[in-house]
Design a binder for this molecule. Structure first.
Ligand code: A2R
Length: 317
């Protein structure tokens, strides 16, 4: 039976990826989390690992000898990155290099999927959308810059040391369980709280005109597993829906699912220092390598996120 190791599994994507690798791919799954994190019931054997501790990374790789490794561990919040660039650089760049260096110590070559971000493209010129993987990178925030750096070092290591590294640029992914620091979760949580009378019927929002490419997290993890098998060594693949939605459109879809009257107000604290107007993926390369296409409609995902918050906000009463 093939073995898969998921690094950074206590985050949003981890539990979905573990479930897919175990239930749908039939792998024996191992996963890591930070010592202070908790991981809900998942079909995997769990280890504590801080990717900043390179020796521990090497020891774990030797012990488990996985066929596939998925590197999800990251400081993944754009707003936290503005406030704490040092931490973001440490985890997202130094941590990634620790993993790649650990791979060089092994006597065999596991297939490793390194997760980056659609944010790496940053400020996109007219005519560059939908964005292809060989587009120039112009990161618009600190988080994006660290992920662009991870990607570049990954490409260099794959070539220089003949490592089986496959780089992903993941566009916005959404689903139940996501933290409300991310926009769709934030909106759905606010609506659930309004419905329960926990707050005034006013939604506080940031920049509504930005356009982002949103994909259901379950479609995203399916793409990661396919890339682990079929992605080309050293190559980068966009993972996204291939369609950008205006945040205003998403907000309207969420409000339409509620039967309470909701007013919308701009909260200056939610406007980021630099915002990128449109980010949309060209997913031709991914589709050609794996046959992957998104399957879950955005309306279904939004409904499930709203229902998740309705239950969670009620439980907190
Ligand atoms: O920051 P925390 O405490 O939430 O922990 C995150 C964890 N993490 C680490 N793991 C090992 N060693 C570290 N030094 C370290 N620092 C942070 O990685 C969190 O539990 C996990 C990443 O999960 P999320 O932040 O929820 O990201 P998500 O949405 O699961 O996305 C997975 C990947 C990330 O590379 C994103 O940047 C990319 O997809 O979009």
């Amino acid at each position: 039976m093939k073995k898969a190791l998921v690094l950074g599994a206590a985050g949003f994507v981890g539990s979905y990826l573990i479930k897919h690798l175990h239930d749908d791919c039939g792998y024996e799954v191992y996963a890591t989390k930070l010592p202070q994190e908790k991981l809900a019931e998942v079909p995997a054997t769990i280890y504590d690992l801080n990717i900043l501790d390179k020796e521990s990374v090497i020891t774990l790789f030797y012990k488990l000898r996985p066929d596939y490794i998925f590197h999800l561990a990251a400081q993944s919040s754009v707003s936290v990155a503005w406030n704490n660039p040092q931490l973001t650089i440490d985890v997202n760049i130094k941590g990634a290099v620790n993993i790649m260096d650990a791979l060089r110590e092994l006597y065999y070559k596991p297939r490793v999927v390194i997760i980056g971000s659609g944010e790496e493209y940053g400020h996109i010129r007219e005519g560059e959308t939908p964005i292809k993987e060989d587009n120039r990178l112009c990161p618009g925030n600190i988080y994006a810059a660290t992920k662009a750096c991870q990607n570049m070092i990954g490409s260099i290591y794959a070539k220089a040391y003949d490592l089986e590294l496959i780089m992903v640029r993941a566009f916005n992914h959404i689903g139940p369980l996501q933290s409300p620091i991310f926009v769709v979760s934030d909106f759905c949580k606010q609506v659930a709280e309004i419905e329960l009378g926990k707050r005034q019927p006013v939604m506080y929002v940031g920049n509504l005109s930005a356009k982002r490419d949103f994909t259901d997290v379950r479609d995203v993890v399916r793409a990661y597993a396919l890339l682990a098998k079929n992605g080309q060594k050293g190559a980068t693949y966009n993972v996204g829906r291939g369609h950008a939605y205006e945040i205003r459109e998403i907000l309207n879809k969420i409000i339409a699912l509620s039967n309470v009257d909701i007013k919308v107000e701009i909260d200056p604290a939610k406007i980021r220092p630099v915002d990128v107007p449109i980010i949309e993926a060209d997913i031709t390369k991914l589709n050609e390598a794996t046959g992957w296409l998104p399957e879950i409609p955005i309306e279904q995902t939004i409904q499930e996120i709203l229902d998740y918050w309705r239950v969670k906000c009620k439980e907190e009463d």
